[in-house]
Design a protein. Structure first.
Length: 203
């Protein structure tokens, strides 16, 4: 979450939110207890607004100047702040029964700091929900055969994807941070060619 220069094209959802937001809300609906959550890397605020509309109290941070400005313009009622990942977030905001972060971990230069922050913000017994573009053998093979690897790797996208996660590597990152129970779901297309994967990590 070091991308202070990351810029957004609009105030609304992007294409990936069409399959990520319903999946996120479905997972959150399965949780019990206080309907309070934290958005780690809220982008332009549109997901936080959707989660709020579904009955949750949302707090969140994002390091992007542009994202924070857009979120405050569109959703001034939300508890959204400009900040990067780090232990001071827990001191400021406390812990939450649900912490989510959609399509963020592939952008961060220090993924261990991101995961440690995620773990610290998640209350004991709580759940962290993390999505990232899916990478697996069949999808990577299909991308190579179709000639779409350059487009997929986004090399010319400033502040774009710099990490390419698999179920194995994202599991290792979250377990190293302290999470004990992990479940993965794939969304967007059939599982073998899924656009994204969602990790559900319990503390």
């Amino acid at each position: 979450m070091e991308g202070r220069g990351y810029r957004w094209d609009s105030l609304g959802h992007n294409e990936s939110h069409g399959y990520l937001v319903p999946a996120l809300l479905g997972i959150m609906a399965e949780t019990r207890g206080e309907r309070r959550c934290f958005d780690l890397g809220f982008g332009n605020g549109s997901v936080a607004a959707a989660v709020t509309a579904s009955g949750w109290k949302v707090s969140g941070v994002d390091p992007s100047d542009d994202g924070v400005a857009r979120a405050r313009e569109a959703y001034p009622q939300l508890d959204l702040h400009q900040a990067a990942a780090g232990p001071e977030l827990v001191e400021q905001f406390g812990q939450f029964p649900v912490v989510y972060s959609l399509e963020v971990v592939e952008h961060v230069y220090l993924p261990r700091l991101f995961a440690q922050t995620l773990y610290a913000l998640t209350a004991p017994g709580g759940v962290a929900i993390v999505s990232s573009p899916f990478h697996g053998y069949w999808k990577n093979l299909a991308l190579a055969l179709s000639g779409n690897l350059d487009k997929h790797f986004t090399a010319l996208w400033d502040h774009g994807h710099i990490k390419f996660w698999s179920v194995r590597t994202l599991s290792a990152l979250l377990m190293e941070a302290g999470f004990k129970q992990l479940e993965f779901r794939r969304v967007g297309r059939i599982p073998a060619l899924a656009k994204s994967m969602i990790a559900i990590a319990r503390r």
